[in-house]
Design a protein around this ligand. Structure first.
Ligand code: PRT
Ligand code: ZN
Length: 286
C-alpha cells in the first residue's frame, strides 16, 4: 500500500478556512461534507484529521498525526515537542498584555502584585519571571477581555488582531509578548517515505506563498529608456523584452515583489514606462 501522511487541522474556528484554502491552492482536494473526523484527500497521499486546535501539538508530538496546522500561540503554550517546518502567513495575531484604558497602569512593571487573567498561563508566567515581575495569574478559558470590568483581574493577557475587542472593552495594550501566525508542525522523526510526502507538500506551499508575494508586470517603454527600466525590475532572472509593432518601442515583462510595490511602480512611470499592467500570479516555482 502506498504511504500516506496524516495532517491535523482545526475542525472549526479561525484556522479552519485558511487551512483548507491552503490545501486547495496546493491542488489537493479534500471534501469535508459530512462533518467527518477524518478524510482522505482525493489526489494526494494525505489524510486529514479534524481536531480542536489545542489538541494538535500533542497529537503531532505523539505521532497520532504526522504533521499539523496550528497557531504559534497554541504551540508555545502547549510546550509539546514538534518541529516547525513552515510559517503559513494566515491566522496572524499577537499575544498582548492589556490594562484598563483609564487606569494608572502604563508599563509592565506596574503589573507587580496585580492579578492578570489569561488563557495562556504558561507563556504569561514565563514572561513575568523573565521580567522579574510577581503577579498572580488567573486562568480563564474564554471572554478574557471582560475580566477587568467585572473585577476578576486588574489586567489581561490575550490574543489581539484588529484591536477592536480591546477598544470595545476600554482596554489598552501595554506590551506584546508573542507574535503569532499559523504554522505547519511536524513530528520530529518521520519515516523517509512520509518525509518525502511532506517535502512535496512544502514545495507546493512555498510556490503558493511566493506567488502571493509577487505580481507579474507588463509595460511598454521607448527603447532608449530600457536600461533605466531594467534597473528597477529585478525579475526572476532578467526581464523578457519583446518588440512592439510601433518602431522604437518594446514591451517588458517581469515579476515584482508585493513589498515596495507602489514605490517601484512610481519609479517605473517616472523612468518612462507606459501602459503598465499588473497581473496576479497563481503559482511561482523558482
Ligand atoms: O474550538 P477550538 O479549540 O479549535 O478553537 P478556539 O476557540 O480555541 O480557537 P479560535 O478558532 O478562536 O482561534 C484559533 C487560532 O486563531 C488562535 O489560536 C490564533 O492562533 C488564531 N487567531 C488569529 C485568533 C485571532 N486571530 C483572534 N483575534 N484567535 C483568537 N482571536 C480572538 C481573541 O482571543 C479576542 O477574543 O479574537 C478577539 C480579538 O480580536 P480583535 O480583532 O478584536 O483584536
Ligand atoms: Zn482552542
Amino acid at each position: 500500500m502506498q504511504e500516506t501522511i496524516k495532517i491535523a487541522v482545526q475542525k472549526s474556528g479561525r484556522l479552519y478556512e485558511g487551512s483548507m484554502k491552503m490545501l486547495k491552492e496546493c491542488g489537493i482536494e479534500v471534501s469535508n461534507g459530512n462533518n467527518q473526523l477524518r478524510v482522505q484527500a482525493a489526489n494526494f497521499p494525505l489524510e486529514v484529521f479534524f481536531l480542536r486546535d489545542d489538541d494538535i501539538p500533542e497529537y503531532v508530538q505523539d505521532a497520532v498525526a504526522d504533521i499539523g496546522i496550528v497557531g504559534e500561540n497554541v504551540l508555545a503554550e502547549s510546550g509539546k515537542k514538534t518541529d516547525t517546518v513552515e510559517k503559513l502567513g494566515f491566522g496572524k495575531c499577537r499575544l498582548s498584555l492589556a490594562v484598563p484604558k483609564n487606569g494608572n497602569m502604563q508599563k509592565i512593571s506596574d503589573l507587580e502584585g496585580k492579578k492578570i487573567a489569561t488563557s495562556y498561563p504558561s507563556i504569561l508566567s514565563g514572561f513575568l519571571s523573565q521580567h522579574k515581575i510577581s503577579a498572580s495569574v488567573h486562568v480563564i478559558s474564554g471572554s478574557v477581555e471582560i475580566a477587568p470590568r467585572i473585577g476578576l483581574a486588574d489586567a489581561i493577557c490575550d490574543l489581539v488582531s484588529s484591536g477592536s475587542t480591546l477598544f470595545t472593552n476600554e482596554l489598552k495594550e501595554i506590551e506584546t509578548i508573542l507574535q503569532s501566525e499559523a504554522v505547519m508542525i511536524s513530528h520530529p522523526q518521520l519515516t523517509p517515505a512520509k518525509k518525502q510526502i511532506l517535502n512535496s507538500l512544502l514545495f507546493r506551499i512555498q510556490a503558493v506563498k511566493k506567488a502571493k508575494n509577487n505580481k507579474y508586470v507588463l509595460l511598454n517603454a521607448p527603447n532608449e529608456k530600457l536600461d533605466d527600466i531594467f534597473r528597477l525590475l529585478p525579475g526572476m532572472k532578467s526581464p523578457t523584452v519583446l518588440p512592439l509593432a510601433a518602431s522604437g518601442w518594446s514591451s517588458v515583462h517581469s515579476v515584482i515583489s508585493e513589498e515596495d510595490f507602489w514605490n517601484r511602480i512610481e519609479l517605473l512611470k517616472a523612468a518612462g514606462a507606459e501602459g503598465i499592467l499588473i497581473i496576479p500570479i497563481e503559482k511561482m516555482i523558482a
